[in-house]
Design a protein around this ligand. Sequence first.
Ligand SMILES: Cc1ncc(COP(=O)(O)O)c(C=O)c1O
Length: 448
Amino acid sequence: MNDHARRVYDSILGLQCDADNPTPLVRLNRVIPFKHTQVYAKLEWFNPFGAVKDRVAANLLADGEARRSVGPNQKLVEPTSGNTGMALAMLANVKGYTLTTPLSSEIPLEKRTMLRFFGADVMELQDTLCPAPGAPEGAIAKAMELGDRPDFHMLNQYVNEANPDAHYKTTGPEIWRQTGGEVSHFAAGLGTCGTITGTGRFLKEQRPDVQVLGVHPQDGHDIPGVRSLRQLEQTQLYRPDEYDHVIEVNDETAYKLCLRLNREESITAGPSCSMALAGALQLVPDEPGNLLVVIFPDNAFKYASSFVKHLPGMAAAAPGATTKSSPLLEKMRENVRGNENLTIDVDAAHDQWQAEKPFVLDVRPRDQYDDAHVPGAFNIPLAELGDDSQYLAVLPRDRDAPILSVCQRGNASLSGLLFLKSLGYRNVRSMNGGTLAWREKGFATDSK
Ligand SMILES: Cc1ncc(COP(=O)(O)O)c(C=O)c1O
């Protein structure tokens, strides 16, 4: 027997969400500009397969089974941007079906790999990030071609009313119950539009003045799972007359807020969460009695490659940037670390920086330097120090000139110091604690 109170279940299917077992509603406290309006995030990655689409996949299958278009050993095909596919793949495993997913090769590698890992037959095609129904060679066309074959069945989340119906039956009632009927505004990112259409319908039936807010990305966006206005116009479940407002949010705003949600609220939100939140924050007034619920479709872990593209400081060090450690180099670095004539703590470095204007050599990878550096610091990443052309023109001519070697935490700068010493510089110090310690002290930094 499934027991939600003790969270003990007969099988993974017992975890599927409904009003008795809702996904959590978590209040946002730090990234919200309001005094009065309360904002809650509905964390959809608490669904059993990790996303809002678990609800849709379960209902698409239940509907197909009820209509007998889905039967034993069924071969399923569905064009999917990832989350629907992942939930369908797992449900197919439970139920003895197979799943073929034609999808765009633009979809993050993490999602394509996970689909394969879960057992789906992944067909990668040249298509936009979110497959467009009109594209003749695209994922949707390929799925339809397979779906026409008698041995396959296409569930078609883009047109199937079982998609919004999943939210009408579960997401809407959960929010209504969790807020004790106090919800005044509901916001969701727009993809297939199942979430906004189904949840919005349910909430408006309970309370007609609930504001239903849709948020979409810019044209040519890079936020997986959602669609630009141009893409939405080809989406059958997009019903703008049922929503109160629709607003656009650009990639930069979405990714920056995503970082803040993770770092300031400690909520592991993915980029479509912050896109929906950013749009809603522009639309909802700060008034007593307002209670906004925003759908957070999935979490950050699938989007490492998107974060590398859109946020500074996320990239791993370039190949070769991490110098292979040799025991001799390690020994020399240790000797430097313990030598107070060769190192300087961050307060003293700051005093020296103000008084003497030393040459500051920052040896970190470029993206870390671009993010924040000691003002005036010159960047030559450690991996490029072996290249004469990088430093000959910039290092001081005077071998007695004061120089600070700086990195992220005060380790790589020890190698920077050894390098500078090897060139004959006599007045060099490695800054303990690096740029992180400098920032923690509240000292000024520049970014690029
Ligand atoms: C990550 C993510 N965000 C948002 C959405 C949008 O939800 P819907 O398709 O219900 O409009 C989806 C849907 O695929 C998604 O996967």
